[in-house]
Design a protein around this ligand. Structure first.
Ligand code: EPU
Length: 337
């Protein structure tokens, strides 16, 4: 375990922003993590996982601790189910592929989501009708102050749409070190209600999809409209889909008859932020080396060595414009650092 100085974080964040870490260390086990957290000579510490949900707008004058805890194992198994544990530093998509290789179902709709396992509970990752909480059992997390490990059961995590206790009450207080998932070994519950999946399966000529087929369909859909961070820097959806009152929605519908919505409760609906941003004229807009993705307006992109501050300013301009046109507050999904 070596502490390095003045390290570029460009390859450690999927946006590909060239911010610098004053100090940097990669930890591969819990003991080292605890040791590093106890280093008093570095009072400011910053925990870095897969770097897939953040926008760096400045250099970090801190000790950046890169979580590189690895390992996936089966903890217990019955005829129908299995409980697996994955360490925080595993790549999420690699975990999904491992599950498919073992024939374990439950995470196939979450194929190709960038980032690491440790970040998955923080924002309750979700896609194509499935959220992490649907398979989540518990996670282990290290209390940064006491340096003790604590178990959070699913009910402790207060999962919600792209949200959990780790983004609220316990923000910045715990480091998730591993998660446990309950997956199916047979009679998988195949989730294809999401229209785009049905269309893609049809295109592939599959009428009775298995978990691999669903994964393939999701991968195809994601690749067709979401930019690959290895080619164009991005952090997936930059904003959350806003939830608004039904009255407000009915009002908007009188001006924008094509506004899409998903029911959330009797008096609230969710609006796709991508639609709002497209309607406001930002889709595909390019400002030099950064902009709004051509195929999915919810994704901001770094074409080539963009500055995080510029992307942040673009996000603020989008928020102000959406507020002006629709009177809707768009909330960033990405963490602004
Ligand atoms: N739409 C537009 N223009 C756009 C993009 C979207 O009009 O440029 C409208 C279309 O009407 C479309 C609807 O928005 O039917 C929904 O679009 P899409 O299916 O692409 O999903 P989304 O609501 O934009 C959410 C997640 C994605 C996830 C997809 C699929 C959020 C913030 N985003 O996007 O998650 O992959 O659903 O489940 O909830 C991520 O979090 O990084 C992410 C990519």
């Amino acid at each position: 375990m070596t502490i390095l100085n003045d390290i570029s974080l460009r390859t450690y964040n999927t946006f590909g922003i060239d911010a610098k870490a004053k100090h940097f260390v990669s930890v591969e086990n819990l003991d080292d993590l605890i040791k590093v957290l106890k280093l008093n000579e570095y009072p400011d510490k910053f925990i870095l996982g897969g770097g897939s949900n953040m926008l760096l707008t400045q250099d970090l004058d801190a000790l950046v601790i890169h979580l590189n805890l690895k390992g996936i194992e089966v903890l217990s198994s019955t005829n129908d189910h299995v409980i697996i544990e994955a360490m925080a530093g595993e790549n999420w998509h690699d975990l999904v592929m491992w599950c498919l290789d073992q024939g374990f179902g439950g995470v196939e709709n979450l194929s190709l989501i960038p980032g690491n396992v440790g970040a998955a509970p923080i924002q309750n990752i979700g896609a194509y009708g499935v959220e992490l909480k649907d398979v989540f059992v518990e996670c282990q997390a290290l209390d940064m102050r006491s340096k003790q490990l604590k178990t959070f059961l699913k009910s402790d995590c207060k999962f919600d749409y792209r949200n959990s206790i780790f983004k609220n009450e316990y923000k910045g207080e715990y480091i998730i070190t591993s998660i446990k998932l309950r997956l199916t070994k047979k009679d998988h519950s195949i989730s294809t209600a999401y229209g785009a999946i049905q269309d893609e399966l049809e295109r592939l000529g599959i009428s009775k999809p298995g978990i691999r087929d669903v994964s393939e369909a999701v991968i195809n859909i994601r690749q067709s409209k979401l930019p690959d961070p290895a080619e164009i820097g991005n952090s997936g959806s930059f904003f959350k889909n806003p939830i608004i009152d039904l009255m407000h929605f009915n009002d908007l519908r009188s001006n924008f008859s094509d506004i899409p919505s998903y029911p959330v409760s009797d008096d609230q609906v969710k609006i796709p932020a991508g639609w709002l941003i497209e309607k406001a004229g930002f889709k595909g807009k390019r400002l030099g080396n950064y902009g709004v993705h051509k195929k999915q307006a919810l994704v901001l992109v770094n074409y080539d060595d963009a500055n995080g501050k510029d992307i942040f300013e673009l996000s603020q301009l989008i928020q102000a414009t959406i507020k002006r046109i629709f009177n809707i507050n768009l909330e960033a999904e990405v963490n602004i650092i």
